[in-house]
Ligand binder design. Sequence first.
Ligand code: ATP
Length: 575
Amino acid sequence: SLPIENYLPIEHACWTAGQSAPYLHLARTFDLVEREKGKIKTTAILCNMFRSLLALSPDDVLPAVYLCTNKISPDHENIELNIGGSLVVSALEEALGSSKSKIHEMYKTYGDLGDVAQECRQNQMLLAPPRALSIRDVFSTLRKLSAISGSGSTGRRKVLVLHLIRSCREMEMKFLVRTLVRNLRIGVMMKTILPALAHSVVIDGKYSKSPVLSLEGIKLQLQELSTEVAEAYNVIPNLDLLIPSLLREGAAFSASSLEMVPGTPIPPMLARITNGLTQSLKLFHGRAFTCEYKYDGQRAQIHRSNDGSVQIFSRQMKESTSRFPDLVNMIKELCSIESSFILDAEVVGIDRKKGNKLMSFQELSSRERGSKHSSIAIQNIKVDICVFVFDIMFCNGQRLLNCPLRQRRKYIHDLFQEKPGHFELAQQLTVEADEASVDNSTTLDRMNTFFKMACQSSCEGIMLKTLDVDAGYSASKRCDSWLKVKRDYVEGLGDSLDLVPIGAWYGNGRKAGWFSPFLMACYNPEYEEFQSVCRVMSGFSDEFYKELLFICLRSLVKMSLKGEILFVSTLVYCF
Ligand code: ATP
């Protein structure tokens, strides 16, 4: 928990209650955050900014959080700002009177367009002070920018950008320009911003659970509310839903009270790898579980709203409704009753002419994609699909994440009529708690037979899922309550390939500073060359990455000394 002493009195509150807060308030906060490296101080600075918004203009909290995260909408809505660096440079040229070549020259030195713009702005003589920008002005202009399309759109975008740039005061220019080029560079992410907001809610007496709290009491509430808010965002990553609910409920907010709404995808639950049936049975010892076919298709989260509309989201939570008009029709046809729900399923290509034979993922991938605004035409569909439902997370206003899987499956059975080859429940085998033991040879035999049937049906293997104990739907988590046994991992069942690494990319996130993924190639004796096959990016230990980096760097030094290309041979050596 954070030391309460870090919470200084509200600073920079330079507007009257009820007005929208000036953008300058946010820009000053960004400036402080940019200079401050420590997470505790950064959280406190953001918290103070939110406290002043809560006190004077709570309606600014949502746009302020979006601006802090450099987003303008929830990710799944896929709304782009639609402006490029060249438009911003051209607007800067017009507004600040600096030539394009000078801006480019300065950019080479600063490496950041926001810093360049700020420098140019400081050297500019202003005839009249600009009209103050508010947080809401900036945010609504960004939303307007994203909505502009059609002929003359570049000109209309430039008018809006010019308006923003001409209104900048103090250090607003730097952060506004960075926002426009989608690179805010203040070094904070959602996992700092949301706790800061939660802290402001606790500290601001109006929102806290009890008006008089001891220091210890406040610290506890800070911690509790931060956890609740982070958990809520993990499950429902939509600030438009989260923030109004947090402001309404204050410190009493809990993740489970945040309402799920069809149309906002839930980050999918993921499975842990096991190397065979015996290992997975050991892990589930004494607990009832289900085995299901692990279909080789594309994950589909199917949302149906009260008004009957259907949306489909991919594993990455991108909307893919336009790719599956046949699935949308199927859902509409099969669910005559007025119900809203969110289902988890796998869409698989199917050959109806060959007795509903399941196709590979690659064959399904050849299906057209459709666009953001129009679906592929049903008559043009070349690959038919069957949808295999395996979970339900929401049904008729009820959040089912905490219900055990056995109960969630009952909801699926009660709601849906299967239509073979079109809409089916995942094939499953139940193992009850008293049968779940490696010493029980009947159980292992049953699982083995089920696994073989799955492989013969062109599935990747099977999934094992606890039914009663620890059997909730853990959105966004790779959990021990879902295990996967793939035929590739089971000795003797998978094919292996002899591949050679021929290159690598710089890693991101946890792998920043290392190489990942690697580009792998297969030797083609006919052409006497290595031809690229795929990238590999998981299954290696941190030690492997560190060692590899060291060896690569060492050979790069040798390479520059000798002028030889050693990279390929070095990687081969490492593998
Ligand atoms: P993989 O490459 O093994 O599919 P992954 O990281 O995409 O891995 P995992 O959670 O490891 O995802 O494996 C589950 C995936 O298997 C799901 O994302 C889903 O697309 C697919 N799948 C197929 N059948 C099922 C099923 N019955 N239950 C859950 N997931 C299933």
